[in-house]
Ligand binder design. Structure first.
Ligand SMILES: Cc1cc2nc3c(=O)[nH]c(=O)nc-3n(C[C@H](O)[C@H](O)[C@H](O)COP(=O)(O)OP(=O)(O)OC[C@H]3O[C@@H](n4cnc5c(N)ncnc54)[C@H](O)[C@@H]3O)c2cc1C
Ligand code: FES
Length: 258
């Protein structure tokens, strides 16, 4: 009600560009990972991201987080606590409000002619691959989607990935790229630490795989809408903005240059 002071303990609503959404759940999964689900009408696609904000003034910038899952009424985000912004997200309770600005970015490509697709994720980079697996299976039921998940310590969400893909291979503490045979696929899609995606690109080149490799970059961002150049990356086609031109690029565009 206008004019009334806030009750003790009442949280201020987050400010910022975007739409307010109600938190449905914010489940800790261990190792600093959380799965946040919010009520939000959307038509987000796999590989796109939102700018999230659950605070008023500080940190100044909203934080980019990939869409983990979506239906028309809800959005889910898988995130790992690494600093102030993600720690504030971890404090959200059901019923709290969050500002969601998106969906941004190009998302993963449709791969209608691919009969076998590999999705390769490392750490919190597995986040956009869940909706990717669901989407590729749904749009082409004859297509086989294999998922490769790499973790430093404890695996998470393996059963959830098994429910939406043909086969899930898990690597803990090693190199998930060792598990992947690029020659067995018509297309590969990857998200995770840059050295992991670069190693996968080099493996594809070394075995002379014809299959295209798509990589989703997680450069630091400020505006998230193509206005500030903070997220610029060098590609074969010149400097590109990861937030607007990406975050998904062909591996050869970003790793095939010196
Ligand atoms: C397109 C895109 C999609 C993303 N999707 C997800 C996701 O689904 N789940 C998720 O947990 N994270 C995701 N990230 C990364 C996430 O945005 C950052 O972890 C987050 O902004 C960190 O905010 P913070 O305030 O908690 O940490 P800060 O205090 O800002 O930073 C803490 C530490 O994390 C490092 N860091 C911050 N941002 C990044 C980054 N983009 N890449 C690597 N290191 C970083 C900093 O260098 C610092 O060491 C994504 C990033 C992008 C650009
Ligand atoms: S984050 Fe501002 S241009 Fe990409």
């Amino acid at each position: 009600m206008a004019g009334l002071a806030k009750q003790e303990g009442e949280k201020a609503a987050p400010r910022g560009v975007g739409n307010m959404a109600k938190v449905i759940s914010n489940q800790p999964l261990g190792e600093g990972f959380y799965l946040l689900r919010a009520e939000h009408q959307n038509n987000a696609r796999a590989g796109q991201f939102y700018m999230l904000r659950a605070w008023e003034q500080y940190p100044v910038l909203s934080r980019p987080i990939s869409v983990y899952d979506a239906d028309q009424e809800t959005l889910s985000f898988l995130y790992q606590v690494v600093g102030k912004g993600t720690a504030l997200l971890a404090g959200l309770k059901p019923g709290d409000t969050i500002t969601l600005d998106g969906a941004h970015g190009n998302g993963f490509p449709a791969l209608p002619d691919s009969k076998k697709i590999a999705l390769v994720g490392g750490g919190v980079g597995i986040a956009p691959l869940y909706l990717a697996a669901k989407t590729y299976q749904k749009e082409n039921p004859l297509c086989t989607v294999d998922v490769y998940l790499g973790f430093r310590e404890k695996p998470i969400l393996v059963r959830e990935f098994e429910a939406v893909s043909g086969r899930v291979a898990v690597n803990v503490g090693g190199f998930v790229t060792d598990e992947v045979d690029p020659l067995a696929y018509d297309a590969l899609v990857s998200c995770g630490p840059t050295p992991m995606m670069k190693a996968l690109y080099e493996k594809c080149v070394n075995v002379k795989a014809d299959a295209p490799l798509y990589v989703s970059l997680e450069n630091r961002m400020a505006c998230g809408i193509g206005a500030c150049l903070v997220c610029s990356c060098k590609t074969a086609g010149g400097n590109r903005k990861v937030c607007k031109d990406g975050p998904v690029f062909l591996g050869s565009e970003v790793f095939g240059i010196d």
